[in-house]
Design a protein around this ligand. Sequence first.
Ligand SMILES: Nc1nc2c(ncn2[C@@H]2O[C@H](COP(=O)(O)OP(=O)(O)OP(=O)(O)O)[C@@H](O)[C@H]2O)c(=O)[nH]1
Ligand SMILES: [Mg+2]
Length: 368
Amino acid sequence: MSIKRSHSLSLGIVGLPNVGKSTVFNSLTKMAVPAQNFPFCTIDKNVGVVEIPDERLKKMAEFFKAEKIVPSAMTFVDIAGLVKGASQGEGLGNQFLSHIREVDVIMYMLRAFESNTITHVYDRVDPVEDFDIVQSELILKDIESVEKKMGNAEKMSRIGDEGGKKELEVLKKVLEGLNKGIPVVDMKFTIEEEEILYDMFLLTSKRRLLVLNCKEGMDSEKVLNWKEELEKKTGDVVLVVDVKLIGDMAEMNDDEISEYVELLGSKPVMMKDIIYAAFDTLNLITFYTGSQKECNAWSIERGATIKEAAGVIHTDLEQGFITADVVNVEKLIEVGGWNAAKENGLVKNQGKEYLVQDGDYVIILSNK
Ligand SMILES: Nc1nc2c(ncn2[C@@H]2O[C@H](COP(=O)(O)OP(=O)(O)OP(=O)(O)O)[C@@H](O)[C@H]2O)c(=O)[nH]1
Ligand SMILES: [Mg+2]
């Protein structure tokens, strides 16, 4: 059995109240490109889809003079702030946790900025402890879900069901770890166990991305210490972001942004950097298809085969997969198109085991 390779990209934002979650979310709404296929569409107040900025796709579409451009998309989910005891129903957050069950990445928004006017629920600034509080709530919620599932798995295994037995074993292992305060993502599993876990949608089984919400002029040594401590604790990427600035920049046009960046003297982390970081956290790469009619960008996990990539485009293409012609999209444009790329020996014919590379432009031959 192979690992399921997700090609969708969705991110849920968690954190204490008043830390900047909605500020990030709202600035996304301003990234809308209404004429495109993936404008920011608000599915409901707290779910939005935005296209992934992609320079290669832009160049490719210009080259082909494409009538239609279809970028990869990323779904963002904003939930209400969590507080200690949220998993037991404290505060508002608990009821929204179910909204992030199915996301791929969880972004922890951690407040590092001080403010007299914006209340901190615990009256102090400590992003490291805040991370622990929020993660503990997710762990407690997972314990609840695992215990619920165990009842059913026990019944199944008692009547001799093999699947039930295996599930019960995994659940026991997970519960033991969770009870020690270990998030599922930091536990070790076999591929078979991972398969079973995949469908359980546990909150702490998701990859993490950490954002330290700082503000211009803060004590940079303090920020760096927090960043290092969090990196050590989690092994994850920790972005230092001025969320409020991102919010303000969402109101500016490109010229104003360039002017502002010049004024700052250094390039701040922008919304698209957060999107790319999420992309990297999931270990995704982008491949391309298309021509004059339509240019598409697709995302898939690094290490996927061309046959699996075909399945991202259409299940029929995967089932009927015969072979694929592959060339790096930038080289394709550089040499002046398909025929020139072929003449220059840049197009390689690949079988189903070929591992897709970031930036591959592919033409798939399928008998379905
Ligand atoms: N000074 C400062 N204020 C910020 C920053 N980020 C957000 N804020 C302000 O903090 C307040 C709360 O921000 P939100 O983005 O609504 O916070 P939230 O995490 O969504 O809060 P809940 O939805 O209540 O959980 C707003 O008034 C923001 O303008 C920041 O980096 N610096
Ligand atoms: Mg909010």
